[in-house]
Design a protein around this ligand. Structure first.
Ligand code: 6PG
Length: 225
């Protein structure tokens, strides 16, 4: 695995601190962030919306997604809807939002990311099966062609619902900072596999300029860091 493991009592508080610090120290006036889906992400965004206060000027933030389910943007399973409910509708308008639109195919998002260059921050979760974003075990996206930053993908094992669009590992690597949030005992096995560089756990391949794993004690399962 790549990056530093930070063991925390409260993942959502640590996430909020990490994001606000990344914004404060951003190299440019704008700040490009890619958001995640999942329960952990939802709680992180609710905490960020509640506690970030004036530390983040959302008028300087461009919001992307690390992955999306191929459903309508107002579908309960949509990661765009999750971010709107948990964060964006609570903090007021961001400078821009770039939802992943499966109906347009991945090439439109690829072009947008080509124009963007680098993310300031990519937020990722860890699935119990070792996936991150929508990079599922044994899925085609794990072997995306060089140069592809974003692709459509499915879960061949049927564990994760809906066709998807997802950043590839190369797309993730465009981040100045990747923050992976891991909480709860249901992640013990997946995180242990990541730490062991298990090639069947896609999240073990996360890499970027800087990768920070915010992990709670429950997800460590008694292991030492
Ligand atoms: C998604 C997410 C996915 C998520 C992990 C962890 O679209 O579902 O991007 O990668 O981050 O599955 O989800 P939980 O926090 O709910 O365990």
């Amino acid at each position: 695995m790549n990056g530093e493991i930070v063991v925390v009592d409260d993942v959502t508080a640590a996430f909020t601190t990490t994001v606000t610090e990344a914004f404060r120290t951003r190299p440019n006036d704008g700040f490009a962030i890619a958001l995640s889906g999942g329960r952990t992400a939802r709680s992180c965004y609710e905490r960020l919306a509640a506690d970030a206060g004036d530390a983040i000027d959302w008028w300087k933030v461009d919001v992307y997604w690390g992955d999306e389910r191929c459903v309508p943007l107002d579908d309960p399973d949509s990661n765009y809807r999750l971010a709107r409910e948990a964060l964006l509708d609570r903090v007021g308008a961001a400078n821009a939002t770039y939802p992943m639109r499966c109906e347009e195919g991945a090439d439109a998002y690829q072009l947008r990311l080509g124009e963007l260059g680098r993310f300031d921050l990519v937020h990722l979760g860890l699935g119990p099966d070792g996936h991150t974003a929508s990079l599922f075990p044994e899925s085609a996206a794990l072997d995306a062609p060089p140069g592809r930053l974003v692709v459509t993908n499915d879960d061949p094992l049927g564990t994760n619902v809906h066709p998807r669009m997802t950043l590839t590992f190369e797309g993730i690597a465009r981040a100045r900072l990747v923050v992976v949030t891991v909480e709860g005992e249901e992640k013990i096995e997946a995180f242990a596999r990541v730490r062991a560089d298990d090639p069947t756990a896609p999240a073990s391949r996360i890499g970027a300029e800087r990768v920070v794993w915010l992990v709670d004690h429950a997800a460590l399962g008694g292991a030492t860091v």
